[in-house]
Design a protein around this ligand. Structure first.
Ligand code: CTP
Ligand code: ZN
Length: 153
């Protein structure tokens, strides 16, 4: 797509998460804890035609950088994602996500008796498997969609 056909406006400062699988943009926002109530300026393209992916989602967030923990969880649902850091309308950094060995925080263990879900100051931690993730504390496996196991905070 050329600039004259740009579907979602360029941003001045912030982060563009590109090459997200079509239909996963709202999961990306959930991972980042964005539901609109925080006042973030966000633009989304969903199921945009893409040469590489057929169709893709794009999420643009003004004035926000992502933590490594957020990028790690993002890589599970969007393994082809590109994270672009934008300053003064220019892409100044471009990162391809890589699949981590473990993910910390962001996800909640589905086991109600897990130490990470009790009122203890223990951050969740999951080993990343070929299919799904496994809690390092209680060994509960989340397979299938991780979307419903994202912290609400
Ligand atoms: N972008 C943006 N605002 C800017 C600059 C770039 O929203 N000020 C977006 C572009 O629309 C694109 C992404 O950030 O979706 C990456 O920009 P760029 O690297 O210029 O595009 P490509 O070269 O097409 O990226 P890639 O090779 O990663 O596909
Ligand atoms: Zn657990």
């Amino acid at each position: 797509m050329t600039d004259t056909e740009l579907r979602v406006s360029k941003i001045e400062n912030g982060t563009v998460i590109d090459h997200v699988p079509g239909g996963e943009a709202l999961t990306v926002l959930a991972i980042l804890g964005i539901d609109g109530s925080g006042g973030e300026v966000v633009s989304i393209g969903m199921n945009v035609p893409s040469d590489r992916l057929g169709k893709k989602d794009i999420v643009k967030i003004e004035g926000r950088e992502l933590s490594q923990a957020e990028v790690d969880v993002l890589s599970l649902i969007a393994p082809e994602a590109t994270i672009n850091i934008v300053r003064a309308f220019e892409v100044i950094e471009k990162h391809h996500v890589t699949r981590p060995e473990t993910v910390r925080g962001v996800l909640s263990c589905p086991n109600a008796n897990c130490i990470t879900t009790e009122n203890e100051p223990v951050e969740s931690r999951f080993d990343v498997l070929d299919a799904g993730v496994r809690c390092v504390y209680c060994e509960t496996i989340i397979d299938g969609s991780i979307a419903s196991h994202i912290h609400s905070t």
